[in-house]
Design a protein around this ligand. Structure first.
Ligand code: 0A1
Ligand code: ZN
Length: 877
């Protein structure tokens, strides 16, 4: 085992290394079974370091074949697979170390370091994969200029890529060839990449703002080049957007993207050579849904934007991960908002944050956006670091204003280009550019938990009083919290829907429509308010918090119809739905019938048919809170079956009340138009497919869904038809026929089969476990492939509340066994999947105990990776 399972890394222990590696020359000889890597490092002793200090290099499972110091073999050293220590080093400040290692990429199932995916050699080095290739100071504050030579058999690997620009290439003996790449930008080892294989290429070019031509290439399996067209378009739009919005220009002559089919995450921003999970590159109307297109656009942009936020300015250590990730997510969110509909994107972002980050922040795995300790850094690529990290950057912009924000970002790039930085460095540029003190704001990086604001309004004689109480709940190892700076965007809405003015506000700073909550409690007074207003709070989701305020249903209905802020308007209807669902849940638990008011169904009908609203917005508004959303809002003693039942009944209630308008809308939206992946067309499809979900719940629903499936001309509609049949009419002959048809039509398309797995594993009810077991035995399922595993086991555990949480605990036991099997090859994947247990304590006692037993059984297994153990033990703590 590479790491001591108990070892904890702490932020306060950071210390610069004694040595630097300004230059790295790598030679790869890629041969089956035994790949040889020669690393020639120019090492420099840091000024002030004692000449006797040893040089300790990181390794992970390495086989050392040769070692030289300044050209002399076998210097004094100690080598284990996980460490190389050189002692008795030369007096001179700088010296050369040559290290030869031997690797077996074919048997690398962890997909970290150098591995083969579908016959293609590729690498993944973030965060600590480079040490699986050679011994190195494998930490992000060691910046080195890389020169890379790749040698490989030409027929097997005609394509040889690495970072930077290609500087040489040619033929060698025995049908081998080579290429040399030079990357002039000093970079940390985690950004190193190599690809070698036989791939097709879609080429294009981009001329930068200063007139330089950049060659662009997207490398995919032969025959799939056309499927990269959308990704290429997204790349060019991203390059242009970063110039226009952040003034950032690309800095090499080439930019390559490679799609691989075995990848642990979405994609990776290696300098000039982004490596992608093929799921986020390949798309056309027949193979990808609108959601896939939107994800591709966002992820292409995200990786490209890392070139400045991550690569040119990187992280000093892994505690600072949010420095690059939160900021880059913020940038990709802004990009998608500009490319699509800002209001709709914002609602989608908040749904993701609440769906993934809130449960994390409210459970045993909670950690600050910048954690202070970790056992396994791989487990900190979390929704908190990414999504909440992005919200923190967004709040900075809200507090400082768009202009000062941009000036601060300019200063950040100017001051820190070429450096490895901390969150303190980042906040300092905003302080310097604005002249403000951001020390209280900095708590957003250091304090975990979702803050709550309780707001109690009262109105009398032109004065609106708001009592605001702030609280941050206790989280693991943080029992006492300090008051945070929360920018709360708001409006006071008058009876005819207009925003009301006020003459003065006291009790907190109020500027540009934002209340700056900084204390535990505020008594705010707005003077000169013409009438009792309806409050619109946390507009645009200005802060990642929960807000508790008693609001009358008629006020929520009013906001849902009149709020000019699209997020707040959506939120009002969402709150009405949630309140109704929770009330019904409680009735069901008490053995009573679920009851719903007809207002909610009428409002749904009005929103669905309101032509002044964007179809994508209407689709989001008609999408009921998910079962996990409802569970999160209930908070404790969760019975997933009762939640499912309350939600189904509300959907049926809305459907029954809107049979006619929904039917009409469905037909209107069905008029055939040529496919386009643009946001407006996708929005129309989304609305039609959401309405289908309702129509499927009334008489003849199976026939409507079957017709939808059979007449679909793109993957979005096909999946909508299939999902509706398989989930709402599982026992129908139409469902069986459609599932068989889809499987047959896509038998040779793994990414499409993943969609089928996902639908089948999320079919509600206890029988899903048997379905999942059976699918795991299907020849197309490969436990080594993360996409297959996520589509089946990831979707089942995170997306099937009634199936995964079946009361007898059988799915927990099954899942725990599956995790251990995955863990033996790919710990990163097993650990991530295990987070499905993170909210186990909020279940009702019977399920809670069964989930606990499953976690305990993993912890007690004879061989568990550090990654999985870390998640399981923190979950149990
Ligand atoms: N930096 C990447 C995320 C990433 C992290 C770890 C990986 O290892 C398998 C891969 C990718 C990003 O933010 O896109
Ligand atoms: Zn990223």
């Amino acid at each position: 085992m590479r790491k001591d399972a108990g070892q904890v890394f702490r932020l306060e222990d950071y210390r610069p290394s004694d040595y630097l590696i300004p230059q790295t020359r790598l030679t790869f000889r890629l041969a089956r079974g035994a790949t040889i890597v020669v690393a020639e490092l120019t090492v420099e002793r840091r000024p002030g370091t004692d000449a006797g200090a040893p040089l300790t290099l990181d390794g992970d499972g390495l086989k050392l074949k040769r070692l030289e110091l300044d050209g002399v073999g076998n210097p004094t050293h100690e080598a284990t697979p996980d460490k190389l220590v050189l002692t008795q080093l030369p007096e001179s400040r700088s010296f050369r170390v040559l290290i030869e290692t031997e690797l077996d990429p074919d048997h690398n199932k962890a997909l970290m370091g150098l591995y083969r995916s579908n016959g293609v050699y590729c690498t993944q080095c973030e965060p600590e994969g480079f040490r699986r290739i050679t011994y190195f100071l494998d930490r992000p504050d060691i910046l080195s200029v890389y020169q890379v030579r790749i040698e490989a058999p030409k027929p097997e690997a005609p394509l040889l890529l690495s970072n930077g620009n290609r500087v040489a290439g040619g033929d060698l003996e025995n049908d081998w060839h080579f290429a040399e790449w030079h990357d002039p930008h000093p970079k940390p080892s985690y950004l190193f990449a190599l690809v070698a294989g036989d791939l097709g290429c879609l080429r294009d070019s981009f001329t930068t703002m200063s007139g330089r031509k950049v060659e662009l290439g997207i490398h995919v399996e032969h025959g799939k080049e056309k499927l990269a067209a959308y990704a290429m378009d997204a790349l060019k739009r991203s390059m242009k957007w970063d110039e226009d919005v952040f003034g950032r220009e690309y800095d090499l002559d080439v930019f390559n993207i490679v799609a691989v089919s075995d990848f642990n995450m979405g994609a990776m921003e290696n300098k000039g050579l982004n490596i992608f999970n093929d799921k986020y590159v390949l798309a056309d109307e027949a193979t990808a849904t609108d959601a896939d297109f939107a994800n591709i656009e966002a992820i292409i942009a995200h990786e490209y934007f890392h070139n400045w936020t991550g690569n040119r300015i990187t992280c000093r250590d892994w505690f600072q991960l949010c420095l690059k990730e939160g900021l880059t997510v913020f940038r990709d969110h802004e990009f998608s908002a500009d490319q699509r509909s800002r209001g709709v994107r914002r609602i989608a972002e908040v749904r993701t944050l609440r769906g993934l980050q809130f449960p994390e922040d409210q459970g045993p795995l909670a950690h600050p956006v910048r954690p202070r300790r970790y056992r396994e850094i791989n487990n900190f690529y979390t929704a908190t670091v990414y999504e909440k990290g992005s919200e923190v950057v967004r709040m900075l912009r809200t507090i400082l204003g768009a202009e000062t924000f941009r000036a601060s970002m300019d200063l950040y790039f100017e001051r820190h280009d070429g450096q490895a930085c901390t969150i303190e460095d980042f906040l300092k540029v905003f302080e310097d550019a604005s002249g403000r003190d951001l020390s209280q704001f900095g708590l957003w990086y250091n304090q975990s938990g979702t803050p709550n604001l309780t707001v109690s309004p009262s109105y009398e004689a032109g004065i609106l009083t708001l009592d605001i109480e702030q609280s941050v709940p206790p989280t693991p190892s943080e029992s006492r919290k300090r008051a945070m700076h929360i920018p709360l965007a708001f409006a006071l809405i008058g009876s005819s829907g207009e925003e009301l003015d006020f003459s003065a506000a006291e009790g907190a700073t109020v500027e540009n429509g934002v209340i700056h909550v900084r204390k535990r409690s505020h008594k705010l007074r707005f003077h000169g308010v013409a009438e009792r207003p309806v409050l619109s709070l946390n507009r645009g989701f200005s802060a990642p918090i929960t807000v508790a305020m008693e609001q009358r249903p008629q006020d929520l209905i009013f906001l849902a119809g009149h709020d000019s802020d699209p997020f707040a308007r959506w939120q009002a209807f969402n709150t009405l739905q949630t309140d109704a669902l929770i009330a019904a849940y409680r009735l069901l638990l008490g053995g009573k019938e679920a009851k719903y008011q007809k207002d909610i169904a009428q409002l749904a009908g009005r929103i669905a048919t309101d032509a002044t609203l964007e179809p994508a917005y209407r689709a989001l508004a008609l999408t009921l809170p998910s079962e996990t959303d409802i569970a999160r809002d209930i908070g404790r003693d969760i019975d997933p079956d009762a939640i499912f039942s309350a939600r189904s009944k509300l959907a049926a209630f809305i459907a029954a009340a809107n049979r006619e308008p929904f039917g009409k809308l469905y037909e209107e939206l069905g008029s055939l138009e040529p496919f386009s992946p643009d946001a407006a067309s996708a929005g129309r499809r989304a609305l039609r497919n959401t309405v289908l979900g309702y129509l499927a719940r009334i008489d003849g629903g199976a026939d409507i869904a079957a017709r939808h499936y059979n007449t679909a001309t793109n993957m979005t509609d096909l999946i909508a038809g299939l999902g509706t049949l398989a989930h709402e009419h599982a026992a129908s002959s139409q469902a069986g026929a459609a599932l068989a048809d889809f499987a047959a039509r896509h038998a040779s398309m793994p990414l499409a089969l993943d969609k089928l797995y996902q639908i089948q594993s999320t079919a509600p009810g206890t029988q899903a476990l048997e379905t999942v077991r059976a699918l795991m035995r299907h020849p197309a399922f490969h436990i080594d492939n993360p996409n297959r595993v996520r589509a089946l086991l990831g979707a089942f555990s995170a997306g099937n509340q009634t199936g995964f949480h079946r009361a007898d605990g059988a799915a927990y036991t099954f899942f725990a066994d599956a995790l251990l099997e995955i863990d033996s090859g790919n710990p990163q994947l097993s650990a991530r999947l295990a987070t499905a247990f993170r909210s186990w304590r909020s279940l009702e006692p019977v399920r809670q105990e069964k989930a606990r037993q499953a976690l305990v059984s993993i912890a007690a297994a004879s061989s568990v990776s550090v990654d999985l153990r870390d998640i399981v033990e923190r979950s149990l703590a």
